[in-house]
Design a protein around this ligand. Sequence first.
Ligand code: ATP
Ligand code: MG
Length: 550
Amino acid sequence: MESASSLWSGVNSGIVLSLLAVVWTMLWQGIQGLQLQNLFSRHSRRLSRRLAATLDPYLTVTIAEYDGGRMRPSDAYKEAQAYLQRATRGAGGGVRHLKAEPDRDPDRLVLSMDDNEEVADEFRGAAVWWIAYTSAPRDDGGPGYFWGRASRAERRFYRLAFLERDRDLVLGEYLPHVRRQGRAVMVMNRQRKLFTNISGGGGWDSDGSWSHVVFEHPKTFATLAMDPAKKKEIMDDLDAFRGAKDYYARVGKAWKRGYLLYGPPGTGKSTMIAAMANHLDYDVYDIELTSVRTNTDLRRLFIETTSKSIIVIEDIDCSLDLTGKRKKKKKKAEDADGASKDGEKKDGAAAAAKAEEKVEEKSTSKVTLSGVLNFIDGLWSACGGERIIVFTTNHVEKLDPALIRRGRMDKHIEMSYCCFESFRFLAKVYLDVEAHEMFDDVAALLREVEMTPADVAENLTPKGPGEDADTCLAALVEALQKAKEKAMAKKAKEEAAAAKKKAKRKAKEEAAKETGGKAAEEAKEAGEKAVEEAASEADEDDEEEEDDDE
Ligand SMILES: Nc1ncnc2c1ncn2[C@@H]1O[C@H](COP(=O)(O)OP(=O)(O)OP(=O)(O)O)[C@@H](O)[C@H]1O
Ligand SMILES: [Mg+2]
């Protein structure tokens, strides 16, 4: 923006424009009258156009935030917005009403012109004026209505006014200049964002679109504990994806990649997503599927995502009726309900399960497996590229194979319990210790006990000023020993239960054998008796027959 303030005195321009508007309206009516009278006269039409150009030397270009039924904000609008932020630098560039948003620098604000404000600009001697305005929400079912936000919300616009004589310069050079500069500003001001589809009030009352906060997760691959070879493989995979635009275009695939992260709770799945986002410098869209009403809403949400983003669905097995888990939960509630007669403790379980179900019922989503599949690789993934989709789950075996087949979830990454390598890594990160006499104990215990990286990390975190590497490692060893004892006790209990079950089964079998044998003997005896009786009866009959013959 070249010296905005030198060009336009806002007050004067407003008055002049208003006067011109009044004069022009009157004249335009006159011209239309002229046109009506000479409707079929080409000459008069040319004349009226020339007259209009003389009286109204201003041309305008309007850039709408959503236009032509678009489902997401137009890039041109965002670029113009970023470009105009520069015009309001410092004291606001003469603009009287400004909008402020937080800047990267926590002490500063990014200022932009508010609605119905004007800002002037100059480009190679040509003066131009930008005006920001909004129009009232539309509920007319017109283009974009179906998609919600574009129509239901206020519609925002920028209007650029310039002189007729600068038409070629403005349209041919100034507007491309604005877009280029706007993009540069956007890159400069870019703050990574964490989007979620649960806004303010959340649930069904919300308009089901994205709201965001600045993404500031500190986790990186440098602080993520996992097998180094596996970690390198993932980082290489991400780098290859980022640079593979041409490859994806050449093979005709949408520029996207799916990752499935699975493993027990606390093994670093969510942490891995943060590390991925930090590594790639991408935004994160965290979809809460239970808050998405329909497949159509899911599609809309997806379309509103920008490129260079990671789209995350956590605990996919719990989010949808993809796996039957929901029904199981219901069953759990019933079971707990039935069991509740047995004691108070179980009453609590029934109540908890019921409450869980209640929450679930409230947010019953009609998103289906096919909706999600469509979302991942259907037609919609063709709209814009450079997106990574991540699913996480604790129960990979419960997922529908269609959901996680390669091509949808291209890379399956297992996040597992802490091994000694991971422990050493965490000890370095958390305590800055690379070797310690207690390492051998930890190594031996980790071979016998399963502990998540989350638990190991927690033990390695100093809890007070008096705590150091020695105390933290001692705490970890103690926790591992306790876990080992617990595991051993559990194993012994399980073994005892199994032995009891086996003994019971054996006793049952023997009893069955015994009763079976006795029954067989009785049957045999009964059979023999019956044969004898039949034989004696037969003899008696013979004798009677013989008597009759005689
Ligand atoms: N591999 C790891 N490396 C470093 N820190 C870890 C690792 N795994 C877990 N942590 C720590 O444990 C905490 C919990 O981990 P995280 O939330 O990533 O687990 P999760 O696998 O997503 O669990 P859930 O299945 O319950 O969602 C994190 O704050 C992180 O600091
Ligand atoms: Mg998690």
